[in-house]
Design a protein. Structure first.
Length: 166
């Protein structure tokens, strides 16, 4: 069976969820610190009026740094399922492509936690015995569909190919 080429990226749902959690966490930190400053002002009588603004600027810099990190992590790695191989592409400025022919793939498994099952996301793990390593498609949408697509392309899907896994 000939399969069409498909590009697979990390789930945008999980990316947005991480952004929301980041925002909530930083807001809680801000409220906690400003509350501590208010308590310190009342108990000591010291003027701490500039501290909340400084904390706000520091948290904004932290937020922007974490946002950039999450964005680069999300956008810098994707996978291409081709007719004869699976390709991983990594990098932002300097792209690196690694191809893994279906002939070398022994097993394809899907890992999903409770939240992943609810969001229909997960990790597809491909075991490549000739390299002695696993290739992971992490945080992808509809991992069962991706795994099935790869399994369909395997040359010997029913024979449990190559060597046993240690």
């Amino acid at each position: 069976m000939v399969i069409a080429e498909e590009t697979v990226r990390r789930s945008i749902k999980l990316f947005i969820m991480r952004l929301i959690l980041l925002e909530i966490l930083l807001e809680l930190v801000y409220f906690f610190i400003t509350g501590l400053v208010e308590v310190a002002e009342r108990s000591n009588g010291v003027d701490w009026r500039g501290v909340p603004q400084i904390v706000q600027v520091l948290l904004l810099m932290c937020q922007l740094s974490l946002l950039a990190y999450l964005w680069f992590k999300w956008s810098s790695e994707y996978y291409i399922i081709k007719v004869s191989e699976v390709v991983t592409v990594t990098g932002i400025l300097q792209k690196q492509e690694r191809a893994y022919p279906y002939n070398n793939i022994q097993s394809v498994t899907v890992h999903q936690g409770v939240l992943s099952r609810i969001l229909n996301t997960g990790t597809v793990v491909i075991y490549i015995p000739t390299l002695g390593q696993e290739l992971e498609f992490t945080d992808v949408d509809d991992p069962k569909k991706i795994a099935d697509k790869i399994k369909e392309a395997l040359p010997y899907p029913s024979k449990g190919q190559f060597i046993l896994r240690k």
